[in-house]
Design a protein around this ligand. Structure first.
Ligand code: NAD
Ligand code: ZN
Length: 589
């Protein structure tokens, strides 16, 4: 159960065995309740052994006694780096011409270091000409009387492939003296005259026998992970599947069908604005033990809220969900992403706020926006307010696996909210297009979304339905635009407002942007025009009664968003903005 790169060793071992694709089925056989639950939670198959056993082989024999199987491979639970190569080799002996003579097969690897050769923790094996095992021992075998003889030493690796009968025989035959003396299970086979074929493996791998091994293994995993990311050009994931069109929400059941894992439910997180909307609720394809949870978006998502949701799901279901489906605005979409991540990652959501801190792939997650503008449906982040900061969980595992874009779902959005969330998209474009991080990739999306916004908010001829369709795509493009660049001043300041006063993202951006004429002169003028065209009134003077300490916190939160300022003002941004200037700006709004 010890942690190895975010998952227990046993789970890693199970996944490694499964990932080889060599087996019809993979099970963890255990006498531990904790391990059993852990495996099921990770979507694996576990078998609880009924009786007490002295060794793993006995436990496996019990488990397969009633199964219709040909060959059973025993992988030790502490071998998370089990490679396909090794397992394929141990299986390949059953295809060789002498296969009929083999009762079981195992692996060995050459060792040269005398310290390892003489280490009793390393079991040595000697073989005959055809690589059938002669004996296993913790002593160095053969013993080199003449130190100069060129002799090969082989270490036994704890992977076995049994014919089912050999395994059952083993179970029924009592332990004998040699096995008991050396404490090496497979000696029992030799003592009863069974034939063990040894295959040679060249991969060393790390076995985890001691706490030091675990530390070493964790380091190896970290290094493997670090290599591909944060190169000169960042390699971003995109949403792999998206369906678009009026009424495409109807297709949800057929989209989810293939993703369902037996007894594991789909969990729907739905904005509670739909709580009384029977028509929509009826269309949500709840099957079996699927669960629908209504969530208020009155406040923006919090890390604590994510933790509570994850805990309640884990308590209610013994199987990890087949998927998390978010239906709502940016708030609910972000919550769905965060819950999907935290179902496979240990600890609390606040530990993952930042860039690339998530270790494990999230549960399958689907985003279904019911209001357009944030780009949360397409982005690589989930913005959360935590105990110390408001910051996204920005990672390769954050984006949705599937997005359903049905413009019809946005029909009931109230006018003001439509404007505020729509302006989030407009501001994403402005900040991206005027930022120093801009490249042609971001620009191509940003320009498109910017033009769509102008059309939506300034062309009175546009009918509602077309405007909704266009805004849905503007949101998508705006989100794509900031994927490769960043947002800027309005967002940094709006985060401060939200942290201290709880002002929501869309309206907060608008309140701030209205005062940013010095930073984005042309676009702030355009914004005012849009505001007027739709008769939108923004609250005024919301910062004038703040205490000194509230103001300090707000400024601190805003200034902590380094990439945003760097994008807006360039690498020497600290020369252009400071706490006093920012306070003066806040005081005006
Ligand atoms: P929201 O999700 O809070 O929803 C706004 C309001 O609209 C709510 O009252 C909601 O109930 C209502 N609503 C939603 N759909 C409706 C419908 N079809 N009919 C009637 N009412 C409806 O607002 P938002 O602006 O979409 O999202 C804001 C959140 O998104 C913030 O938490 C912000 O941090 C986050 N965000 C995330 C990203 C990202 O990339 N992950 C980007 C921008 C913003
Ligand atoms: Zn935004």
């Amino acid at each position: 159960m010890q942690d190895l790169g975010g998952k227990p060793v046993i789970v890693r071992t199970y996944e490694a065995a499964k990932a080889t694709g060599l087996f019809d089925a993979v099970y963890v056989v255990t006498d531990s309740d904790v391990i059993f639950k852990e495996i099921e939670w990770h979507g694996g198959q576990a078998i609880m052994s009924q009786k007490e056993h002295d060794c793993g082989t006995d436990r496996i024999a019990e488990a397969v006694a009633e199964m219709d199987v040909d060959i059973v491979v025993n992988v030790q639970g502490d071998e998370p780096f089990t490679s396909k190569e090794g397992l394929a080799q141990v299986l390949s002996v059953f295809d060789a011409p002498d296969a009929d003579r083999i009762d079981l097969a195992s692996l060995m690897t050459e060792i040269q270091d005398w310290r390892e050769i003489s280490d009793p923790n390393a079991v040595k094996v000697v073989v005959d000409k055809e690589n059938y095992a002669l004996y296993f021992s913790r002593s160095p075998i053969p013993y080199p009387r003449d130190k100069n003889t060129a002799v090969q030493y082989f270490k036994h690796k704890g992977i076995y492939a049994f014919r089912k009968q050999a395994l059952l025989d083993f179970y029924n035959l009592p332990m004998t003296i040699l096995e008991a003396t050396e404490k090496i299970e497979c000696i029992r086979f030799l003592e009863y005259g069974k034939r063990i074929k040894m295959a040679i493996s060249n991969t060393q791998g790390i076995e985890i026998d001691t706490p030091e091994d675990l530390v070493r293994a964790n380091k190896v995993l970290k290094e493997e992970k670090r290599l591909p990311i944060n190169n000169k050009y960042r390699n971003f994931p995109m949403v792999p599947k998206v369906v678009y069109g009026k009424g495409c929400f109807e297709q949800l059941a057929s989209i989810l069908g293939p993703q369902r894992k037996e007894k594991a439910p789909f969990i729907y997180l739905v904005d509670d604005v739909f709580q009384n909307d029977q028509e929509l609720i009826q269309r949500i394809p709840l099957r079996f033990n699927d669960k629908l949870i209504f969530i208020s978006s009155f406040e923006e998502p919090k890390t604590e809220q994510v933790d509570v949701l994850v805990k309640s799901i884990k308590t209610e279901f013994s199987y990890r969900p087949s998927g998390i489906i978010g239906i709502g605005g940016g708030s609910i979409l972000d919550l769905a992403k965060a819950v999907a991540i935290m179902l496979t990652n240990k600890g609390q959501a606040s530990e993952y706020q930042g860039w690339d801190l998530v270790k494990n792939k999230a549960v399958y997650h689907v985003g279904i926006p019911t209001i357009s503008g944030t780009g949360a449906e397409v982005s690589r982040t989930t913005v959360l307010t935590g105990p110390e900061k408001k910051l996204g969980i920005n990672s390769d595992f954050t984006p949705f696996d599937q997005v359903v874009l049905d413009p019809e779902l946005t029909t009931g959005v109230p006018k003001d909210q439509w404007f505020f969330t729509g302006m989030d998209c407009f501001i994403h474009c402005v900040e991206s297009l005027n930022g120093t991080f801009l490249n042609e990739f971001s620009k191509s999306y940003g320009e498109k979304a910017y033009d769509l916004c102008k059309e939506i908010f300034l062309n009175p001829e546009l009918d509602d339905e077309t405007a909704r369709e266009k805004l849905m795509m503007a949101s998508w493009h705006g989100g794509m635009s900031i994927a490769y660049s960043q947002v800027g001043v309005a967002h940094a300041m709006s985060y401060g407002l939200s942290y201290v006063l709880g002002v929501k993202h869309g309206i907060g951006n608008c309140i701030v942007f209205d005062h940013l004429i010095d930073y984005y002169p042309f676009d702030v003028a355009l914004f005012k025009e849009m505001k007027q065209a739709h008769g939108i009134e923004l609250p005024q003077g919301i910062c004038k009664d703040l205490t000194e300490s509230q103001m300090d916190t707000m400024v601190k939160i805003a200034l902590s968003l380094v990439p945003l300022w760097e994008n807006a003002l360039g690498p020497d941004w600290e020369l252009k903005i400071n706490a006093d200037k920012l306070k003066a700006l806040y005081a005006k709004i």
